[in-house]
Design a binder for this molecule. Sequence first.
Ligand code: SF4
Length: 390
Amino acid sequence: MAASFTAPATGAAGRPPGVRVGLGDLSRRDFLRFCSWVTAVLALPPRYVVRVAEALESRARPTVIWLEFQDCAGDTESFLRASHPTVADFIFDIVDLAYHEVLMAPAGARAELSLRQAIERARGEYLVVVEGSIPTAAGGVHCTVGGRTAMATLREVSEDAAAVIAVGTCAAYGGIPAAAPNPTGAVGVRDLVTEVTVMNMPGCPVNAVNLSAALVHLLTFGELPSMDDLGRPLFAYGATIHDQCPRRGHFDAGRFVKEWGDEGHRQGWCLYQMGCKGPTAGHNCPVVGWNDNTSWPVAAGHPCIACTEPGFWDSASPFYTWMGQDLLPQRAEEDEGSEGLGVALGIGGAALAAGAGAAALAAQRRRRRAAAAAGSEARRPGPPEEATTA
Ligand code: SF4
């Protein structure tokens, strides 16, 4: 299981004036702590701290165009509340955020002009960050900005991009707008952008720590991090919540919460029987946490709802219904013909359970992904026709 860690404090409030080194008003010590921390998030060996520091101090900032389509703005909210780095550090020191409808000063025609100028200025080199799904039904009229459909804007802006990063589950797979019956024909970025590398960073919302880490990786190594078959960076999505969960010991020992507020709930036991989908969800929530790594859903006593997986929301519903016996430690014992030992597993039993659980988990993930893929295929409308709304 991965260890949790505390991120460095940022910001000048209450601190002696720092030396400006790479990231806003950080002192040299805090700047290096930030580099160590982001190196750990990226699961890189400690020797890479110096390289990360050099990259953040010397490289040119990549131009970022942030497009927002059919969504709740939760990813922007997540980004705005990040403190490692702060949004100001991010905008002024890590990237050149050339277009973001929520954060930029220009509005209306001037905003559209900013977008065109950013494309011209950094053609072939800029990054596009997409938040929200893209509606394709009725020619895409369900989401228009500046008189143009989301489909048309995405196509035009991604055409000359170096890469596209889909942040949040809506941009990655369609998310909540794509839930049945998906009246707007919502799809994820990868359904429409095929000529340019698209990295998915799902989550409801995206964890801004991971977004920053991915960009630091790009600055340090000149390329996006390695990805899984769903286009998600392995450093953040390569292990399941379950395998990194601090309650995992209770799962292996068969100690489960049976009812909200019962003794097991108060003791912090496993939430699997309360509907936890952590065994099917790939994400580093238990490691990077939320709100300055003060907590995350399972730590707060709520089951994981697998918001990073394809097909979310439908595939994770109903949230409070458990996924069944397949993964339980007792199951391994039964498979081995040793019924009657109950949940009091020793170390050998737990190891046996882990092996059987891994196989069952892999099968369950395959089933859920296949069901999600079949569902989204069935919901997807025919080839999109672009609407003219200007
Ligand atoms: Fe943690 Fe959920 Fe796995 Fe239990 S089932 S160990 S609460 S991730």
